[in-house]
Design a protein around this ligand. Structure first.
Ligand code: DWN
Length: 387
């Protein structure tokens, strides 16, 4: 297929088969969940990863159960960044801060505390309503160039973990260029394709993310719309992400050298297969030794990992989560119910798989009273050691 950013011919580098939509949680275990192909293509020209098949956003983001504020580390990182943007803005005042994909106001609430005017843009009604309750004005819509033309110009625009979701990258970035003041800054955060491949984080491949970014791909996409890279940071979020700062000024402090990036997809392919074999092997051992197993973190990653590995409620009894909108629902394709963290503590399972492995440290620290063994899909317990 042709690259949706630059038009060059792409190649298939990873296929997980037909899987359910990660956040399309079910209200009944018997309900059928639609499955869609999950094939990752790579463009050798602009180094952009992209799904071969794009699912209509309206199918994924209408009844969207993801609330950023539930995850403490995400909020802490966002608030630190907002403070930096306000206090370190040597050459400009921050009068208006905008976030595209503002979710429940997890980031803009800090700007509001600092006396900055804010505007959120998010199509998901649940998170948008939660933001409005915090006094964050939120446009409940998908961001486009057309919408940008109706909105005020901004000193700072944030686009955190949203670029991957948009069907039309070129229209989206043109909208940012339209809305950003001449001396403004756009801060973009995206999971980094380099980390995903090197660490084999295949459960971060899901239909919500149409795109998987190299540094080269993001930098050249924004450059095409008159926004050169000003600063680049590597951050730990979501297993490894890029934080990129773009401006409109081509003269001062512009970063032009992009590292030479290479991605070993063939090594990733074999590790994907072995993860499934090893996970099923552990669960068979646990069942044989009558060890109970739960999950923790009904993340989008959990849906992909569980379905790709063919795991159901006979192997993992339930999965705990602290997102109210998720409690009582079921992970599609598995029959596994999402229950409260108290239900999980009361069940006191021998093992708990942390599917939200990007928050492993925070989750382990949050529950000192849990006496069972935590593990992650990428670090399974040593079979037999505790037999
Ligand atoms: O782009 C996206 C990324 C940023 O977030 C979205 N399209 C989808 C989503 O992916 P995810 O669901 O894999 O993200 P998280 O943030 O890894 O999900 C964490 C899950 O764990 C949430 O359901 C909240 C839950 N959680 C919890 O119950 N207690 C998390 C923490 C830290 C906790 O203490």
């Amino acid at each position: 297929m042709q690259c949706r950013s630059c038009g060059a011919e792409t190649t298939l580098v990873l296929s997980l088969g037909d899987l359910p939509l990660a956040n399309s949680l079910l209200t009944s275990p018997q309900w059928h969940s639609e499955r869609y192909p999950l094939d990752l293509m790579f463009c050798p020209s602009c180094k952009l990863g992209q799904l071969a098949d794009v699912v209509q956003p309206v199918l994924m983001f209408n009844d969207y159960p993801y609330y950023s504020s539930v995850s403490g580390p995400t909020v802490e990182s966002a608030h630190r960044l907002a403070s930096q943007m306000v206090f370190n803005s040597d050459e400009r005042n921050v009068e208006l801060a905008v976030e595209i994909g503002s979710n429940d106001g997890y980031l803009l609430s800090r700007y509001k505390e600092l006396g900055v005017s804010v505007l959120g843009i998010d199509p998901a009604s649940g998170p948008a309503n939660a933001a409005a309750l915090k006094g964050i004005p939120t446009v409940q819509d998908f961001f486009t160039l057309r919408l940008a033309r109706t909105l005020p110009k901004a000193d700072v625009i944030h686009a955190h973990n949203v670029l991957a979701h948009v069907p039309d990258l070129n229209d989206f970035v043109a909208g940012i260029a339209e809305m950003l003041k001449p001396d403004g800054v756009c801060v973009v955060e995206v999971p980094y394709l380099g980390d995903m491949v090197e660490k084999c984080l295949f459960d971060t491949l899901y239909h919500e993310h149409s795109y998987y970014f190299s540094i080269y791909a993001v930098v050249h996409l924004f450059y095409r719309y008159g926004m050169p890279l000003k600063r680049l940071e590597r951050i730990p979020a979501h297993g490894g992400s890029l934080r990129l700062f773009f401006g409109k000024d081509f003269i001062h402090k512009t970063v032009m050298e992009v590292p030479d990036e290479r991605f070993d997809f063939s090594a990733m392919h074999s590790r994907v297969k072995s993860t499934r074999v090893d996970f099923q092997g552990f669960l068979a051992w646990a069942r044989h030794h009558q060890r109970s197993v739960w999950g923790y973190g009904a993340a989008a990653k959990a849906t992909i990992m569980l379905n790709y590995c063919g795991i159901d409620q006979t192997q993992i009894a339930a999965i705990a989560d602290t997102t109210p909108a998720k409690i009582g629902k079921y992970i599609p394709g598995t029959g596994i119910q999402i229950q409260t963290s108290q239900d999980w503590l009361d069940a006191a399972p021998d093992y708990t798989c942390i599917f939200a492995w990007n928050y492993e440290d925070a989750i382990r620290a949050r529950y000192p009273e849990y006496k069972g063994q935590f593990f992650t899909p990428y670090a399974l317990p040593e079979i037999g050691v505790s037999a």
